[in-house]
Design a binder for this molecule. Sequence first.
Ligand code: ZN
Length: 184
Amino acid sequence: MALLKIAKMGNPILRKIAEPVSPKELETLEFQTFIDNMVETMRDSDGLGLAAPQVHVSKQVVVIESMENERYPDAPPIPLLVLVNPVFKYMSRETRTGWEGCLSVDDLRGKVTRSRAVKLEALDRNGETLVLEWEDFPAVVLQHETDHLRGHLFVDRMKDLSTLTHLDEFQKFWTRGEKDVREA
Ligand code: ZN
């Protein structure tokens, strides 16, 4: 396995619409190894999610994993999940607003408003269909990661840029009432 280089905001690959993965391509050893490398890169970066365009591959794949962590008591654990060609089937009109960070946007945090509940369909790494109906924090993670496949970053989703905050200042001024935020 190998660690992959993370593309940062400004790299055009982050703004492209990623291509779907064909069932044939998905089952190749090369693609399965790529998925393993994405997981390793996410864990090495202490991220809770990673999308293929963030590692310079414009394909519709994301990996998500959130371990139980006492620093993030509001973040329920999410077992390792590989999502291929994800599509939202439902996004609630009801919203929730929370801090987000991104491995492709160094040292910045910002408040983003997103749907509070979603239903998403995708393939797993074996090509089996997955249906997820998630709410609150896990639903936000799904939206953040799927956005990467459509060429969007969390900063695009901010209605009010006045909350865009450098990490040092975030930790100084905003983490008392708010929880720290992991990147995805
Ligand atoms: Zn991100």
